[in-house]
Design a protein around this ligand. Structure first.
Ligand code: HEM
Length: 474
């Protein structure tokens, strides 16, 4: 497999590639994709060497490989040192995946009223009702609202109001990253001890202090025998589905915190990047998106049915996911055993494989004028297609990778998309939002990872709340 940026000097080739990639990650990926679009190329980062698979059919081929050959979890475990930072069980016993994919998704409609309550409370306290334009640190606002909304679905009203828990959940992900970098270079036998000196250890203890009694009560209560109504939230679904070895208070707490890591910053990054785009072209997009929300409100309220009808908003979010992209490489898998493609190319055991998501999302073969943000690209595709659902935000494909694709595609995406639409639609009903003239979000990558713009402030002002068209006409 040909490499990018390794140079011709035989010694230190991989190091040279890694330093070059650190300095010019986007250019390296573009070069590799341009030269080897129908096949493979190799890049080196400071941590790993990746075989990047560019061709759609070859990507499908490696995605179909079983986990004991090309493994999803090993890569994640290694990237943020999950067995030590988030817990051994989180790394090796992933029973939370069906709880998210099936149970959380089935409860979206039932959770809407509670989620709306958190959204309004968050907007009232964090943005208020400014009559004139004010500067708002939008990432900080959205991350807080997302934390409240997600925790409402995870634990009813128990945790979403607890400021200390919300701050702990927001900071948890950052401390997982930081602590993983601190322990990474040491041998595995030392890591259980070293982790106690890192920030994540303190966060885990705080999580146990804040949630321990709630979880313990769930573990101790036999709801059926006592004729009590069983709570219907993520804590309970985890308690009910945990294998016996995981049915302890600290492990269930760990698991809830891991779900906070999986959901809070991912959802916030995706939504704020869409809001930055809205802010850059606010006069073009706001009236159309706002009219759509107003048209489909029921009695002035956004309902699950409303969310299903917001085709233009869905398209705007999906296009933002394509345009902004969450990283340079997706669909990372670690080879536990040698994997052989049909054309004979071999991925040796121990190697990492990935797909060049940024390059794919910007390939004119898949998207007309990919360099342009076209908010209604996907709603038009939906109108023109025999399979309209293929173009909605939750649908993954090899040419649409923000949620991954295949058997490990994000199981939380149904929840996340509804959550983002709920927040976005309510922002449209309550506020105008535009960028401060002369500002724009920064686009940065460290290695293959996209670094979100978290500091940019936007201008917001309150608008008079109108009833829906239907309600107004009635
Ligand atoms: C906009 C928000 C989100 C984005 C962009 C996102 C993105 C992703 C991506 C790219 C993957 C890896 C897929 C692959 O490599 O094939 C993933 C996996 C995962 N996500 Fe999400 N995610 C989001 C929200 C959520 C939420 C809200 C939850 C939970 C409530 C969640 C839980 C998970 C889990 C558990 C996995 C691992 C799946 C497995 O082990 O098979 N995610 N996500």
């Amino acid at each position: 497999v040909p490499s990018i940026g390794y140079g011709s000097f035989p010694l230190f080739k991989q190091w040279r590639g890694a330093i070059g990639f650190m300095l010019h990650p986007v250019a390296y990926m573009k070069e590799g994709y341009a030269k080897h679009k129908d096949s493979y190329f190799k890049i080196s980062t400071l941590q790993d060497e990746y075989v990047i698979v560019s061709d759609k059919e070859k990507i499908a081929e490696y995605l179909a490989a079983p986990d004991h050959v090309l493994n999803f979890q090993d890569g994640a475990n290694d990237a943020v040192q999950i067995p030590w930072t988030m817990g051994y069980g989180v790394a090796h016993r992933t029973y939370h995946v069906p709880a998210v994919r099936i149970t959380l998704t089935q409860h979206i409609a039932a959770n809407i009223a509670g989620m709306l309550e958190q959204i309004h409370e968050g907007m009232d306290t964090l943005i208020g009702k400014p009559a004139d334009w004010v500067e708002v640190p939008i990432y900080d606002v959205i991350v807080k609202i997302v934390a409240k909304v997600s925790n409402r679905a995870f634990s009813g009203t128990l945790l979403c109001q607890n400021e200390q828990h919300l701050n702990n959940a927001i900071a948890y992900a950052q401390d997982v990253f930081l602590s993983s970098e601190i322990i990474r270079a040491f041998p595995n036998w030392l890591k259980p001890f070293l982790i106690m000196l890192t920030p994540i250890y303190r966060r885990r203890r705080l999580a146990i202090k804040l949630m321990g009694s709630i979880v313990q009560e769930r573990l101790d209560t036999d709801y059926e025998a006592q004729g009590k109504k069983k709570p219907d939230d993520m804590i309970q679904w985890l308690v009910d589905s945990a294998p016996p070895i995981e049915r302890t208070m600290p492990q269930i707490v760990e698991r809830i915190m891991a779900l906070n890591v999986a959901s809070i910053h991912t959802t916030t990054m995706t939504l704020t990047s869409a809001l930055y785009i809205l802010g850059a072209e606010w006069e073009k997009y706001t009236p159309i998106l706002r009219a759509e929300v107003r048209q489909h409100c029921e009695g002035g309220e956004i309902t699950k049915q409303t969310l299903g009808k917001l085709v233009k908003l869905d398209s705007f979010l999906r296009e933002s996911g394509r345009f902004n992209n969450t990283g340079l490489v997706s669909l990372n898998r670690n080879a536990r055993k040698e994997f052989r493609f049909k054309d004979g190319t071999v991925i040796p055991a121990g190697a990492r494989v990935g797909a060049p998501s940024l390059a794919i999302h910007n390939d004119p073969q898949y998207y007309l004028e990919p360099e342009k943000f076209d908010g209604f690209r996907f709603s038009r595709m939906r109108e023109e297609s025999a399979k309209p659902m293929k173009h909605q935000m939750v649908s993954t494909d090899i040419d649409y990778l923000p949620f991954g694709h295949g058997k490990h595609a994000c199981p939380g995406r149904f929840f996340a998309v509804n959550e983002m639409k709920l927040i976005f639609a309510n922002l449209l009903l309550r506020y105008d939002l535009k960028l401060i003239p002369g500002t724009a979000p920064a686009r940065m990558f460290i290695g293959t990872m996209a670094i979100p713009e978290t500091k940019l402030k936007v201008l917001m002002r309150s608008i008079p709340i109108q009833k829906s068209h239907a309600a107004a006409e009635a």
